[in-house]
Design a protein around this ligand. Sequence first.
Ligand SMILES: Nc1ncnc2c1ncn2[C@@H]1O[C@H](COP(=O)(O)OP(=O)(O)OP(=O)(O)O)[C@@H](O)[C@H]1O
Ligand SMILES: [Mg+2]
Length: 235
Amino acid sequence: MILDVKSLTKKYKGVNRELTVLEDVSFQVEAGEILSIVGPSGSGKTTLLGLCAGLDKPSSGSVQLCGSEISGLSEDEKAEIRNKKVGFIFQNFQLLPTLTAIENVTIPLEIQGKAKGASDKAKELLTRVGLGDRLTHYPSQLSGGEQQRVSLARAFSNEPEILFADEPTGNLDDDTSHMVEDLLFTLNKEKGTTLIIVTHDMELAQKTDRIIKLRGGHIVSDEKISSPEVVENHG
Ligand SMILES: Nc1ncnc2c1ncn2[C@@H]1O[C@H](COP(=O)(O)OP(=O)(O)OP(=O)(O)O)[C@@H](O)[C@H]1O
Ligand SMILES: [Mg+2]
């Protein structure tokens, strides 16, 4: 099991009342699984991903990620796991504005002391997401969808064991969405990368192994998708 989430609750302190954003959320994910998380805006999807990846702390409950109980780890230890084993595609991309596309993608490799060959690898990844001719553009010189694809290339660069993707196709046209989907599924097939994908796109969700539905901070359903039968029509 690569992710074990137990009774997660997240509350924010408001001015005169507490806001419960997630309540008693539990689920487990096996290595190699492709899970989608769906639910209305404000239901807690991004919050949940942040807690699972150790980017944020729960009010109560626990998360075991890649064999470590993350609440017991120091910030440095968490960063180490994230650098080595986890990829994250943020809903708002979070590219570094002062770095070019290729520099944004090489950053995780440089942090790990893998600077050698990093540029070639970043170039290959950016080419795969259709940005081979945008390598030296800064984020401000890229469209929203292009920034999203840079953030995807960055998340792939350290070959993570588990990839959290927050609406990875949210800003993309149909063709580019399909390209991104193919890349994600190929990563899973070739490297066994576990994928946790937040999406509003039910067509994408139906292509994953399992769908968790969130509503008002609760899991309202958790269903395995039966593998699509190949129906051949010999009409
Ligand atoms: N730092 C914060 N302080 C207070 N409330 C917050 C904070 N972050 C998120 N929230 C609230 O938590 C709720 C869940 O937010 P979250 O971003 O997880 O939703 P979401 O399901 O990802 O929505 P969307 O589909 O719009 O991205 C929202 O109502 C939001 O206003
Ligand atoms: Mg969100």
